[in-house]
Design a protein around this ligand. Structure first.
Ligand code: NOJ
Length: 563
């Protein structure tokens, strides 16, 4: 695989502000959740050939890159975030040859490809872990994970008080080969996801070779799962709270955001930099402050980190302005671009989330029914705001169709492992993972061949939301995304430069300029707001009469203006 990409148009920067013209600094990266994107063989689960067939759609949408959630060999205890073999494609998704072909096609279309790397834990079916269990307490492979004797007279209590993020204790007791109860092993997530011991040199070596394996195959980068979790405090001390973790509230934690993780990322950066074409890594790093998140993207570490504090910011002009300013300031300190995300495979889709009452749980607001018209109006306004911000934007498959969260999945079809562990904080993630409607008036709406299934049921109401139904309709959400992405590419003011300037505005209206030629106005108040017309309207997220000297911006509406 060769890197055939020429400099993409999005590398244009405002010449007035110095910013390196690296492709990733303002890239729009589209997250594909492979099992739910496109199913080529009718088994109800999306796959790599399915993705390949839809790449032209993504090129036409106007994104710069795709990020693929895991497609590696996995028993799917956590939808692929439990990897049994890091160098193999799971047959459910295809083959390594399919991965290679997908990379080739994507590059031919000018799309870069980022793959998911899951270094905090493996599957319990990973060869190391299976052998560690089978060989019993003396197995040297046990040192690559966290095995410990239990507490209590007979070792019947977990070694410490850490809860699993998916609910219940973070420890599971093993059974020795002779059938007696044995040591416990650590899993911050499901019991099928044992945590690696990153103090063991074989673990670090293994991941360096895994990085090279995929870089050699031609990937353009990695999304690092649980990037904040790899290093644990020596001695695995008690944390003192017996509730589930709230990832953003961890403070100084014995298992998250330890300083030692940064050595790992420095060593990975040297590998990424050996390859041509600016291969990147983006951290899924939950840390207590934006400053701590910025540590992951210092010049000799990773390139980007997801901005979860922005994702969790309420739809409120003052709160949004604060969150945007603080994000830009934090990243500026280390010379990294800010990133912006509204939806992903772990959170309630923003068509619902932005209208739901804030229940205080940034990551996992419980999905709730909202007025679909109001939800979509606000989601479109939020997206246009997001795409006007300096830095890199992450979109989640289906948001360009305005898909709502599916809130009424019956318990028997749900597959989120946390759902079945009752107290897990992320237990309701299936509702944002329902397969994409491409065309047609009944399920699977072109997700797979006619008459085929889909691993989660698609709502009967989704016919009107399919790609085919929206294509060419200027009022559709799909065409709004296309128009916004085309303008973002074409307008130098919307490039990578950190050139946002806030403008005075009535309460509830967020107004900022990018460079000197583009202004963005977002009405986050409950009613319409009248302002002098700032310039020529370029794009609006919803219906508005923008022609007079005075214009009225309706509630939950964003307008881009050429000024
Ligand atoms: C974060 C991933 O986004 C999520 O889907 C997964 O369950 C956990 N990490 C564990 O790998």
């Amino acid at each position: 695989m060769t890197d055939q990409l020429s400099a993409p148009p999005s590398a244009l920067v405002d010449p007035g502000v110095a910013a390196p013209a690296s492709w990733w600094r303002d890239a729009v990266i589209y997250q594909i959740y492979p099992r739910s994107f496109a199913d080529s063989d009718g088994d109800g689960i999306g796959d790599l050939p399915g993705i390949r067939s839809r790449l032209p759609y993504l090129r036409d949408l106007g994104v710069d890159a795709v990020w693929l959630s895991p497609f590696y060999a996995s028993p799917q205890a956590d939808a692929g975030y439990d990897v049994a073999d890091y160098r193999t494609v799971d047959p459910m998704f295809g083959t390594l040859a399919d991965a290679r072909a997908l990379l080739g096609d994507a590059h031919d279309l000018g799309l870069r490809v980022i793959v998911d790397l899951v270094p905090n834990h493996s599957s319990d079916q990973h060869e190391w872990f299976r052998r560690a269990l089978a060989e019993g307490p003396g197995s040297p492979l046990r040192a690559r994970y966290h095995f410990r004797p239990g507490r209590g007279a007979d070792g019947e209590l977990p070694p410490n008080d850490w809860p699993s993020i998916f609910g219940g204790p973070a420890w599971t007791r093993t059974t020795d080969p002779d059938g007696t109860p044995g040591d416990w092993y650590l899993h911050l997530f499901a019991p099928q996801q044992p945590d690696f011991n990153w103090d063991h040199p074989a673990v670090a070596d293994e991941f360096r070779t895994i990085l090279r394996f995929w870089l050699d195959l031609g990937v353009d980068g990695f999304r690092i799962d649980v990037a904040h979790g790899l290093v644990k405090a020596e001695g695995l001390p008690d944390v003192g709270v017996r509730t589930e973790w709230h990832l953003l509230d961890v403070g100084v934690s014995p298992c998250f955001d330890r300083d030692g993780v940064h050595d790992i990322y420095r060593s990975w950066r040297t590998i990424l930099d050996e390859y041509p074409g600016e291969r990147i890594a983006v951290a899924e790093a939950w840390a207590p402050t934006l400053g701590r998140v910025a540590d992951y993207v210092r010049p000799d570490e990773l390139h980007q980190a997801f901005n979860f504090s922005y994702l969790g910011t309420a739809w409120d002009a003052a709160a949004q302005r604060r969150a945007i300013s603080e994000s830009l300031a934090a990243m500026r300190q280390v010379g990294a671009p800010a990133t912006w995300t509204l939806s992903n495979h772990d959170v309630v889709r923003h068509t619902n989330r932005l209208l739901q009452p804030d229940d205080g749980d940034v990551a996992g607001r419980r999905p709730a029914e909202v007025d679909p018209v109001a939800g979509l109006r606000r989601a479109r306004a939020a997206t246009l705001l997001l795409l006007a911000l300096p830095g890199s934007a992450y979109l989640y498959q289906g948001e360009e169709l305005g898909l709502p969260e599916v809130v009424d999945l019956p318990p028997e079809v749900r597959q989120d492992p946390a759902f079945h562990r009752a107290t897990g904080q992320d237990g309701y993630r299936d509702g944002c993972r329902v397969p994409i409607p491409w065309a047609g008036d009944r399920p699977p709406y072109g997700f797979g061949p006619p008459g085929g299934a889909s691993w989660l049921p698609q709502p009967a109401s989704w016919a009107g939301l399919s790609v085919a139904a929206q294509q060419g309709d200027p009022a559709s959400t799909l065409e709004l995304y296309r128009a916004a992405l085309a303008l973002r590419r074409a307008d130098p003011a919307l490039g990578a430069a950190d050139n946002l300037r806030w403008c005075a505005a009535p309460e509830g209206l967020l107004v900022f300029e990018r460079g000197t030629s583009l202004r963005c106005t977002v009405n986050m108040s409950a009613g319409p707001i009248r302002i002098p017309r700032p310039g020529a309207a370029l794009l609006t997220s919803g219906p508005a009469d923008l022609s007079g000297a005075q214009v009225v911006i309706p509630a939950d509406t964003t307008v881009w203006w050429a000024v």
